[in-house]
Design a protein around this ligand. Structure first.
Ligand code: S3P
Length: 463
């Protein structure tokens, strides 16, 4: 049997994108071994990245869909809802708030109870590792007639929550934090009132928190963003942003009911990104990633990789649930260094760990700046990637707001840390595929936060 790239001339790719029936070689456990007992992944060099991947469903969109379904009037259907840990945390919090959620075949049915339908939880709501769950649900829980507490794992309890508590307090909420972090104690209080809020940092989570709070508040709420970030919430609520004075003003009228509906979740661009880079930096081969969300506020990595010299084609473009989707085809390419900063950063914020791996393998200097927000993710992703790439022999300069790498580096396998951050673990696996010797990734199971079968999937294309 031949591999995917041997078939991938244009006509066949466009017409028969799905004819390939799995990997012809049982490469599993060759380039990548996951050891459950030690929770370590061991990765060795591959010569060829080749195959077809359906990335997992998009967790950002799925989590928003679940929240909107819960406050919707009646039963909503979630199609292609992810089994990954973060979106499951959203569902378990909603269940604790009295929302009935059931499986219907592959779909999830959420029996929404309207804007005021949540009931008091009998225990703290555990958001797990999910910043999106905590920050967005806090917008829906402020100004209720019950008290509740939002908590999460050690990583989430170390992340800044004043950024959502601040604007919610301006809207009238009573929230107590622990040194700026979770547990977030949301006290019962009067219904919130609308405000105009200028985001101090580009953050789709903060933006979405305020917009969701505005949905139930009295009067109009307007969020102003100077640097656009992912716009899923605006799309899903059919909001109409206005450009004024160099900023995006996003108004939402309060006390607006949300109709029940079917939400179809596209596959996750941020999960696809690891395979895009693996396909581009491998010596040979090509990868096809199917039905991937291509929202321009999420997919700036495509333009950056193209600027680096990657050969990327997009086919089967369509619209699904208000979001553009398509198939991405990436060929082994010779990459050169790039500078990424300014307004592009929020549009690829979650892809920076894997972009720094691409930079280390590209010819010349890759510099990523204006990305200080990365220090507040599941771990400090600037520090984490700088340290891990150095352990593989890359020359890295670290800045407060980013990093620069010199490539192409002759990567040498070593033991690296994930710091329990899914994107750090997954990015280092791609680096390991291009390194001599063994790269050992510690606490590798954290990939399941967004990509439950990452290790098998990567192994199946790394030949
Ligand atoms: C997300 C927004 C981003 C991103 C996170 C998911 C969202 O966070 O890093 O993975 O779903 O809105 P910030 O809003 O904090 O930048």
């Amino acid at each position: 049997m031949r591999t995917y790239s041997e078939y991938s001339d244009d006509a066949r790719f466009l017409e028969h994108g799905s004819f390939f029936q799995g990997n012809p070689y049982d490469s599993r456990f060759v380039n990548i071994r996951y050891d459950k007992a030690s929770d370590r992944a061991v990765v060795t060099r591959c010569m060829h990245v080749d195959g077809i991947v359906d990335p997992p469903p998009d967790k950002s969109i799925a989590q928003r869909a679940a929240l909107l379904a819960a406050i919707g009037d009646g039963t909503s259907r979630l199609v292609n809802y992810p089994s990954s840990a973060d979106p499951q945390s959203t569902l378990s919090c909603l269940r604790q708030l009295g929302i009935a959620i059931e499986k219907d075949g592959e779909d999830i049915l959420v029996h929404g109870k309207g804007l005021d339908g949540f009931s008091a939880p009998d225990a703290p709501l555990d958001c797990g590792n999910s910043g999106t769950t905590m920050r967005l649900i806090s917008g829906l829980l402020a100004g209720r007639d019950f008290d509740c507490v939002l908590t999460g794992d050690a990583s989430l309890r170390g992340r800044p929550m004043e950024r959502v508590a601040g604007p919610l307090r301006e809207m009238g909420a009573r929230i107590a934090l622990n040194a700026g972090c979770a547990p977030m104690r949301m006290e019962r209080g009067p219904r919130l009132h609308g405000i105009t809020y200028r985001l101090p940092m580009p953050s789709a989570q903060v933006k979405s928190c305020v917009l969701l709070a505005g949905l139930r508040a009295t009067g109009r709420t307007t969020v102003i963003e100077t640097l656009p970030s992912r716009d899923h919430t605006e799309r899903m609520l059919n909001l109409a942003p206005v450009e004024a004075e160099g900023a995006r003003h996003i108004p939402i009228e309060g006390n607006r009911s949300v109709p029940a509906r079917t939400w179809t979740v596209p596959n996750d661009f941020s999960a696809a990104a690891f395979f895009m880079v693996a396909g581009a930096v491998a010596p040979r081969g090509a990868v096809l990633l199917r039905k991937v969300g291509l929202n321009p506020t999420r997919s700036a990595l495509i333009g950056v990789l193209e600027e680096m010299g990657a050969v990327i084609r997009i086919a089967n473009r369509e619209e699904s649930g208000g979001e553009p989707v398509g198939d991405l085809h990436i060929e082994a390419s010779s990459l050169r260094g790039v500078r990424v900063d300014g307004a592009r950063i929020p549009l690829l914020i979650d892809e920076i760990p894997i972009l720094s791996v691409a930079g280390a393998l590209a010819k010349g200097r890759t510099e990523i700046r204006d990305a200080r927000e990365l220090r507040f993710k599941e771990t400090d992703r600037i520090g984490a990637m700088a340290e891990n790439l150095r352990r593989l022999g890359v020359s890295v300069e670290e800045f407060d707001d980013g990093l620069a790498v010199e490539g192409p580096a002759a990567l040498q396998g070593n033991i690296v840390e994930s710091w329990h951050d899914h994107r750090v673990a997954m990015a280092m696996a791609v680096a390991g595929l291009m390194a001599d010797g063994e790269t050992v990734i510690k606490d590798a199971s954290c990939a399941a936060v967004s990509f439950p079968n990452y290790w098998e999937t990567l192994a199946s294309v790394a030949l």
